[in-house]
Design a protein around this ligand. Structure first.
Ligand SMILES: NC(=O)c1ccc[n+]([C@@H]2O[C@H](COP(=O)([O-])OP(=O)(O)OC[C@H]3O[C@@H](n4cnc5c(N)ncnc54)[C@H](O)[C@@H]3O)[C@@H](O)[C@H]2O)c1
Length: 348
């Protein structure tokens, strides 16, 4: 078992990374808690054998990230007479983590929060860093708060039953972490491809621990996304545009981000910013993990339109997270013609 403490905004998050089965981790860390409310979905409730308290079970998938789910959690918390010294516990993927954290942040103006991520994406990204949220009025993550969990319980053994496409989606964020700031993780992913794909326990421990450390290094310096936290959006401007134009669900978030990272590398190379040798190495790694670097069924102008609506549009020009080399990241405004040329080459 490894334990870390990261500073997140005004508070801190204790991370317990354990080799034990999730039920054992829950039993060990939650049995002493006096008043709790656990939130899971129809799939992840099956992993919660070590917990005996009250639970809200939401439907699985993005549809649960809605206001009505928040209301359900708040109503149950009231019915259970959860007071400010109680705790909410979210057990699940990014959806359950986001919605539980949001409910915890507003219940009685904030109640203690434990997150127990059960997808790779949630372990390396969604559960850590304090961003909470729900989708609202058709817009993704439109309503939310900054509210870090005080405790993160991470048991990679829980990933054994995760569908392959969900696992691969999380790997895109692991590759992103390596590109942003961990040359050793990058090399590990190149060398240990077989172990990572086989979900070998040592490999899972290694990639989760190192990815969390990269995110922590960024979030500790910039909690509220006024500066370098934007780096975590590497590949996401292109990726979000693809997700929204193709229709949410057609490409997983990770597939869209992997494609987006390839586009960001192309853009950097075309502008003379990105080292060609680094770009070639990164393309090879992304492809090695099975991501498709050319997409179908979308049009260049639709993607450009979606990017204009992206949150990162400032005074008319779209700002992109680009890299000079591994670990050397910058945010730069880029003209539409350059973006158009990249998109043309990445759509078939
Ligand atoms: N807050 C943040 O910083 C942040 C960052 C990235 C993504 N997100 C959010 O995360 C969400 C996506 O999260 P996700 O990809 O984890 O999807 P998800 O939460 O929908 O989980 C994917 C599916 O896997 C199932 N599942 C979860 N754990 C399982 C396990 N161990 N075994 C078997 N099945 C399991 C779930 O029931 C669900 O059906 C999006 O809403 C996104 O906006 C938030």
């Amino acid at each position: 078992m490894s334990e870390f403490r990261y500073t997140v905004g005004d508070g801190s998050t204790d991370v317990v990374l354990s080799r034990a089965p999730l039920s054992a981790v829950l039993a060990e860390h939650l049995s002493a808690e006096p008043a709790t409310l656990l939130v899971a979905d129809q799939n992840t409730i099956e992993l919660c054998g070590g917990y005996n308290g009250p639970a809200v079970v939401l439907s699985a998938g993005e549809d649960a990230k809605q206001w009505h789910a928040v209301a359900t959690i708040l109503e149950r918390a009231l019915a259970e007479r959860l007071t400010r010294d109680g705790r909410m516990i979210g057990v699940g993927g990014g959806v359950i983590c986001d919605v539980t954290a949001f409910a915890a942040s507003i219940y009685m103006r904030g109640i203690s929060l434990t997150l127990v991520p059960t997808t790779l994406l949630a372990m390396v990204d969604a559960a850590f860093g304090g961003k909470t949220g729900i989708n609202f009025s058709g817009y993704k993550n439109m309503v939310g708060t900054f509210y870090p969990a005080s405790l993160l319980l991470v048991a990679p053994a829980a990933l054994g039953g995760l569908p392959q496409r969900e696992y691969q989606s999380g790997l895109a964020e692991v590759i992103k972490s390596a590109m942003l700031g961990d040359a050793e993780l990058f090399g590990y992913l190149e060398r240990e491809h077989t172990a990572v794909q086989a979900r070998d326990q040592e490999a899972l421990q290694a990639i989760v621990e190192r990815s969390l450390a990269v995110k922590a290094a960024v979030v500790e310096r910039d909690f509220s996304e006024r500066g370098i936290r934007v780096w975590l959006n590497l590949g996401h401007t292109f990726g979000h545009a693809l997700e929204s134009v193709a229709g949410f669900g057609r490409y997983t978030h990770g597939e869209a981000v992997a494609w987006g990272m390839a586009c960001a590398l192309d853009l950097g190379v075309a502008l003379g910013i990105t080292e060609r040798r680094y770009a070639a190495r990164a393309f090879a790694l992304i492809e090695r993990y099975g991501f498709v670097l050319q997409v179908t069924g979308v049009q260049v102008e639709q993607l450009l339109q979606a990017m204009r609506y992206d949150k990162k549009v400032q005074s008319g020009s779209v700002r992109f997270v680009l890299q000079r080399d591994l670990g050397q990241t910058d945010v730069l405004p880029v003209g539409e013609e350059d973006v158009r040329a990249v998109l043309r080459s990445r759509i078939v």
